[in-house]
Structures are given as C-alpha cells and as structure tokens.
Design a protein around this ligand. Structure first.
Ligand code: 13P
Ligand code: SF4
Length: 308
C-alpha cells in the first residue's frame, strides 16, 4: 500500500477526519476529507462527529479545532507549523492594548493564538470580516487585530475607523508589484485576484478580493479566463481542478529568484509522511488549558453564529 492508501485505512480504523487548508501540498489535499478556507475549516471542526481530528494546516487552525472539541484528540503533523501573523501579536502586548481601550469591541482575525482569542470579543476570517465588523453598532469603536492589511481593507469597505494592530503575513506582504505588473502586461486580458492579507497597492490592482474559498468561487464563475493569483501558491491545486481550462498564474515574491510563486514555509512543513506518522502514533497533539479555552471559545462561537 502507498502512503495515501495507508492514511485512508488508518483514518477509517480510528474514525479520524482530515481537515486541510488550500495551502497544503497537493498530496495532502488529495487525502483530506475536507479542504477549505479558515471559516470552512472552523465550521467543519465545529460539526464533526469523528473521534479524532488531523489538522493539515498551521498551529492556530488546529488550536481553534481543539477549542471547539476539548474531548477529541486534535493532531497537527508538525507542531512547528506556525504563522507569522499569529506571531506578530504576543498576548501580553495585546492585553495591554485591550485594557487601555475598555470601550472598544475587539475583533480578531482567526490567525492568532488561543491566548489572543481569549482576549477578544469576536473572531473573524477573511471571508466574514466585513459582516462581523458591520455587526457592531456604528457608534462603538473597534480594535482590529492582528492583520493591518485586512484591517485597512475592511476599514475602506465599511467606512469604520478602527484601531489596527500592526501585524502582517510574510507571504502576502512579499508580493512584488513590479513582477505583478510585468505579468499583467505579458498576459493581456488577465484578471488579478487577491487575498486581503496583501498590501493595499496590490489590492488596488485586483478585480476580485476575497478569502481563498472566495477566490476559487470567483474563478469558477469565469472558467475560461486568465487569472493572476495573489495568494499562497498552494491554492492553485484545487483552483485548477475546479477550472481546468483557466490559465492560472501565481504572483511572485520580490526576493524570490528561484521559483515563480509564493509559498508559506509554515504551511509546507506538513508532509504526507508526517501526516501518516501523526495519525499512526496519535502525536503531536494540540493542548489548550481549560482556563484559556473557556474564554477563547466565546468569540469563536459568536463568529460561527454570525456566519450562518
Ligand atoms: P483563508 O483561507 O481563510 O482565506 O486564510 C488564508 C490564510 O492565510 C490562512 O493562513
Ligand atoms: Fe500565516 Fe501567512 Fe502562512 Fe497564512 S500564509 S499561515 S497568514 S504566514
């Protein structure tokens, strides 16, 4: 049996579910029970009746699944799979900001630690951030963390002034404007689609801005066109399966002279072998203290309720 078959057998035996993000390597996406964006993955984690969740994504995603499922084993193939955005918001510094603004509602992007979630009022993802911000009465001031690019974009869309945390994603901040414009010239008639973690000068060039799932849906509505895709290159696997006729061109990073795409080194730490090993040995597991979990689940549940 090859690794794919062995994982399929094992997950049946153990009643495990494999949830994978679109940025995972293709062979992991192919063995997963569900591949989605951060919101879809949280929704699946909230409703699964499997005994064990194997999270093929990064640490904050698996942690969110654990917060929602304290009695299930939640496994992450590589515990070092972190996130620059989550790391840009240390809980102690965030607590200081929140405590200094007691009249503000705290909306936090899901890319953050359980401790930061525990200090928040509502969690959001890139697919529901606008709706979540609009759910807060107009006169109430908002703290938005940790992604300043998503924050600026939502500020512009909603007209709300928000106090923004100064965090960013290393992958989405690295796109090269010059290379993007060069590609656009080389591919006349192409459309630029971008993830809102990208900087505003990149977003200004885009015909469509949305979460990974939103970008795939957009391309599905225009299957015969050419797209320059400004997000992590792992998305191209599912996107191309959905629209085999479309021409999909990844946006390169400024510094990247070796390949013409942008990859998240954290997302790519998970491999099919590590996925098999973690399912077999049921380790590494995600743990969240009950004290933090009880606080962190409230803003996640608020998000899930507002996203129905
Ligand atoms: P979404 O899949 O929710 O758009 O998030 C993208 C991302 O950067 C996850 O780390
Ligand atoms: Fe974090 Fe960016 Fe990687 Fe997503 S792509 S996990 S936001 S570092």
């Amino acid at each position: 049996m090859d690794l794919h078959q062995k994982i399929t057998e094992l997950k049946k035996q153990k009643n495990a579910v494999i949830l994978a993000h679109y940025y995972q390597v293709p062979e992991i996406q192919e063995v997963a029970d569900y591949v989605g964006d951060s919101l879809g993955l949280s929704q699946k984690a909230a409703e699964t009746d499997a005994d064990m969740i194997v999270f093929a994504g990064v640490h904050f995603m698996a942690e969110t699944a654990k917060i929602l499922n304290p009695d299930k084993k939640v496994l992450l193939p590589d515990l070092m799979a972190g996130c620059s955005l989550a790391d840009s918001c240390p809980p102690d510094a965030f607590r200081t900001l929140v405590e200094a603004h007691p009249d503000h509602v705290v909306i936090t992007y899901v890319n953050c630690s359980a401790e930061v979630k525990a200090l928040s009022d509502i969690i959001c993802t890139s697919s529901n951030a606008e709706k979540i911000v609009n759910s807060v009465p107009k006169e109430v001031p908002i703290i938005f963390a940790p992604d300043k690019n998503l924050g600026k974009y939502i500020q512009k869309k909603t007209g709300r002034k928000m106090l923004l945390w100064d965090g960013a994603c290393i992958v989405h901040e690295a796109f090269s404007m010059d290379k993007l414009l060069k590609l656009y010239k080389e591919h006349p008639g192409s459309k630029i689609i971008a993830h809102p973690e990208s900087e505003s000068h990149i977003l200004e060039t885009a015909t469509y801005i949305g979460s990974t799932a939103g970008m795939i849906d957009y391309v599905k509505k225009h299957p015969a066109e050419k797209f320059i895709v400004a997000t992590e290159a792992g998305i191209l696997h599912k996107m191309q399966q959905e629209v085999p006729q479309a021409v999909l061109i990844p946006t390169p990073a400024e510094e990247d002279n070796t390949c013409a795409c942008s990859e998240c080194a954290f997302m790519k730490m998970n491999t099919l072998q590590k996925l098999y090993d973690c399912l077999l040995h049921e380790t590494p597991q995600i743990e969240v203290s009950e004290e933090i979990r009880k606080k962190a689940i409230l803003p996640i549940e608020r998000m899930l309720e507002l996203s129905k």
